[in-house]
Write a protein that binds this ligand. Structure first.
Ligand code: MRU
Length: 369
């Protein structure tokens, strides 16, 4: 996508070849800053601290993290340590493990002197594949938006609700949930996005709103609890969200609060779609509620908020009664029964074991068996 008219991805190899570049997402929306990652430690820190984030981008960053680690030390021991270090950065997004396994397969059997080149090559492919996958998701999702637009009087907006940031900042390009939206907008379909702010880290208010604004897509930021009210009043035509892990039976794990939106959507007959690239499917897991590890992050993410003051300074303030205990679960699971469809690179699928297995037989067969 474009930033100030310049085409940009969310991760790249720097022109000098010595570092991997990322956008520091902790600085958005008020400051656009990029970072150079030069080591395994910096790549792991970037994922852990959420300078870079979103399931597909976590995977791509980890892939480059392996390449950076091998550049310092191409031994088997270093490779295994890098795998373990990166895998421990965030527990929920399965794209992380998928990308690390891909990297292992690409470099493990290479002689030491060939490992760095092989690692950078495979990491680059993973990034390019993500872009192609998201473009395909966009085309399949676009058809859904077009079908709704066709039922409305000409010129009337299609209202899409989204949660968190499953935009291009969360992937290498296009985004998953946002790809159909960008394509619809670019095609001249009047589309408007309700952007859940997504407390506690505000990925919606800070990142999705920033992205959509830069692309000129009409949108409105809403406090997290607003979606149900809008649905009751017929002001949401469909919801499209991203996901960090989809199980073999079609359960969907995504940013905390997604489940409540799915419940509200069901009660109001609003279609609830989930957009995902196939590396987000975990065929080794069936019951998402019971089996997916849910990340718990620090209390400070809830007790504090950081923002820009009127005179342009960045300040962090306390917003919770001092001393009150806090819980900060990063994700929740929406059972498959609440999902209208899964928008994948191979089409829009029913959120069922049969639907997923038929579309991705080569991945399904390596599942639990
Ligand atoms: O904690 P985050 O910001 O990494 O969570 C991101 C999400 O929940 C996204 O919806 C998900 O990773 C899909 S990104 C295409």
């Amino acid at each position: 996508m474009k930033v100030d008219g310049k085409p940009m991805r969310s991760i790249w190899v720097e022109p000098d070849g010595n570092a991997v570049g990322i956008i520091d997402q902790t600085k958005l929306p008020h400051r656009f800053e990029t970072l150079r990652l030069t080591s395994l430690a910096e790549a792991a820190h970037a994922i852990r601290s959420m300078q870079t984030r979103g399931a597909p981008l976590i995977g791509a960053t980890a892939a480059y993290g392996i390449a950076l680690a091998l550049r310092a030390d191409p031994s088997d021991t270093a490779l295994e340590q890098a795998y373990a270090t990166l895998l421990a950065t965030r527990p929920t997004a399965i794209n992380l493990r998928w990308a690390l396994d891909e990297m292992m397969a690409a470099v493990r059997n290479q002689p030491r002197e060939a490992r760095v080149a092989a690692a950078f090559r495979r990491a680059g492919e993973i990034a390019d594949e993500d872009v192609a996958i998201n473009a395909a998701i966009g085309r399949h999702g676009l058809a859904l938006i077009e079908a709704i637009a066709a039922t409305k009087p000409k010129g009337e907006r299609v209202n899409v609700l989204t949660h968190c940031n499953a935009g291009w900042l969360a992937t290498v390009d296009w985004g998953t949930a946002t790809a159909p939206i960008y394509m619809a907008h670019d095609k001249g379909i009047p589309v408007h996005v309700w952007v859940d702010e997504t407390r506690p880290r505000n990925q919606g208010a800070a990142l999705t709103a920033w992205e959509l604004g830069h692309h000129g897509v009409p949108h409105t930021v809403i406090p997290d609890n607003t979606g149900g009210h809008l649905m009751q009043h017929g002001r949401v035509d469909l919801a499209i969200v991203g996901t960090d892990r989809v199980t073999a039976q079609g359960d969907v794990c995504n940013k905390i609060g997604t489940y409540l939106k799915a419940l509200a959507a069901r009660d109001n007959d609003v279609p609830f779609y989930v957009a995902l690239p196939s590396p987000t499917i975990d065929f080794t897991v069936d019951d998402g509620v019971a089996e997916i590890p849910i990340e718990e992050r620090s209390a400070e993410e809830v007790t504090r908020m950081t923002g820009r003051t009127e005179d342009g300074r960045t300040e962090t303030i306390e917003v919770v009664a001092p001393g009150s205990p806090v819980a900060n679960y990063g994700f929740d699971v929406t059972p498959a029964r609440l999902v209208t469809g899964l928008i994948t690179e191979r089409g829009v699928l029913p959120a069922t074991r049969e639907g997923l297995a038929a579309a991705f037989p080569e991945r399904a067969s390596s599942g639990r068996g």
